[in-house]
Write a protein that binds this ligand. Structure first.
Ligand code: ADP
Length: 190
């Protein structure tokens, strides 16, 4: 199986690049942000709990997102592989993911980390906020909180995957096509 963690701060382009990768490599896209937003749209209890947290730009609890990923893995047992987008975001999530995959006799193939300057992230997110309908993209203070959460809790995961010799960093500036080419080159060399 090909199991990729697509990593990077909010606004790095993970969603855009995931869509290109799932087509090229025939993978299942698991975005915890998308799954949470669909829970909100459906008005589930989980969605109601998550909405206030997401609108502030804080992280939803590990138990909730690990449970979501676990059931998605179970529901896609014929998949050729997965792209994890926006997950794991904490070390508890990364450890849980390793265990979940181990139980399925597989593991993470690589973490591809998109590197983008903060000023560019803020610009992209505010632009997206104009028509995405996402509350967390509309306000610069909330965006700053999301970047802070990323730096404090999520960025340290690079070390977790570097220790497993699985980390590749990719420049997230430039054209979508160019970034996609660079991601493909790393995957093809695995
Ligand atoms: P972005 O990468 O642009 O911040 P996402 O759609 O990945 O957007 O996430 C939006 C929000 O959903 C996060 O700010 C957080 O509140 C919540 N969320 C998504 N994934 C996770 C996760 N793995 N752990 C905790 N919270 C999460």
């Amino acid at each position: 199986m090909l199991n990729i963690v697509l990593f990077g701060p909010p606004g790095a382009g993970k969603g855009t690049q995931s869509n290109l990768l799932i087509d090229k490599y025939n993978l299942v896209h698991l975005s915890t942000g998308d799954i949470l937003r669909s829970e909100i749209t459906e008005g589930t209890k989980l969605g109601l709990q998550a909405k206030a947290i997401m609108d502030r730009g804080d992280l939803v609890s590990d138990d909730i997102v690990i449970g979501m990923i676990s059931s998605k893995l179970d529901n896609n047992h014929n998949a050729k592989g997965f792209i994890f987008d926006g997950f794991p975001r904490t070390s508890a999530q990364a450890k849980a993911l390793d265990l979940l995959l181990e139980k399925k006799g597989t593991s993470i193939s690589a973490m591809l980390s998109l590197k983008v300057e903060d000023s560019e992230l803020i610009k992209r997110l505010l632009e997206r906020g104009k028509n995405s309908g996402r509350e967390d993209d509309k306000n610069e203070n909330i965006i700053a909180n999301r970047i802070k959460e990323y730096n404090n809790k999520t960025a340290p995961l690079k070390k977790f995957y570097a220790n497993q010799k699985k980390l590749s960093e990719i420049n997230g500036h430039g054209s979508i096509k160019n970034i996609s080419h660079n991601l493909n080159t790393v995957i093809d060399s695995l």
